[in-house]
Ligand binder design. Structure first.
Ligand SMILES: O=C(O)CCC(=O)C(=O)O
Ligand SMILES: [Mn+2]
Length: 218
């Protein structure tokens, strides 16, 4: 018997969808049964390409600690935001994307109607208490017809989902351990971000929130 990681098919039959627009949907608790496997994957990746605070083009530091896996990794430095195949910190390719990440992203995208989503980049964000991410668009990818799949682990956060312009007032949604958010189509370029994390302790993950953002970069 081999242990091929896969989403729990029985669990998938009872998915709770929080559809807050036609193209922005939270699959509540969809990744809960996979949390141990996802955390092992994150630790393996971070053992090869460490979490770090990237520099923004204006010279400050991103408040979330980040690393990547997959063929492409998202980076920020004084030259701007972009995807790179090589981790600039160790000059090696980013660690392989654990199969469970890819499978989870494909299954989640599939359920909400984006078939055959093949992610080639996974940004891993780690938020400590008070850490936030300001409103931004994900627009460094080549093909905006590909959705974004975002997995939350650990502490609960308030996710902000705005419009296609920065000044549109965002709605907020709490994201809990195991929630998977998928957005695409006309919502693909919506501004989004997360409010500062409140101090707490998650029984499995500890005093942080981890986020996997799976995308098709190229
Ligand atoms: O942590 C999150 O839920 C959002 C992360 C995000 O928007 C990003 O990394 O681009
Ligand atoms: Mn984003």
């Amino acid at each position: 018997m081999h242990n091929k990681p896969q989403a729990d098919k029985n669990f998938m039959k009872n998915i709770v969808l929080d559809k807050f627009s036609n193209h922005s949907i939270i699959l509540r608790g969809f990744a809960v049964n996979l949390d141990d496997q996802l955390l092992v994957g994150i630790n393996n990746v971070a053992g090869k390409s460490n979490f770090r605070h990237m520099k923004t083009p204006n010279g400050s530091f991103m408040s979330a600690a980040m690393t990547n896996c997959g063929e492409y990794g998202w980076i920020s430095d004084k030259s701007g935001y972009r995807y790179e195949k090589i981790d600039p910190q160790n000059n090696k390719p980013w660690p392989h994307m654990p199969l469970i990440f890819k499978t989870l992203a494909r299954d989640a995208a599939d359920i909400v109607g984006y078939t055959n989503f093949e992610s080639d980049a996974c940004l891993i964000n780690r938020y400590s208490p008070k850490t936030s991410m300001s409103l931004h668009q994900d627009k460094d990818e080549r093909d905006f017809s590909q959705p974004i799949v975002s997995v939350s682990l650990g502490l609960t956060v308030m996710f902000m989902f705005g419009g296609l312009t920065r000044n549109e007032k965002p709605i907020t949604k709490e994201l809990y351990h195991g929630d998977v958010l998928v957005w695409g189509g006309p919502d693909r370029l919506r501004f989004h971000g997360v409010r500062p994390l409140k101090k707490a302790r998650h029984p499995l993950v500890g005093a942080v929130r981890l986020n996997l953002t799976l995308r098709r970069a190229n």
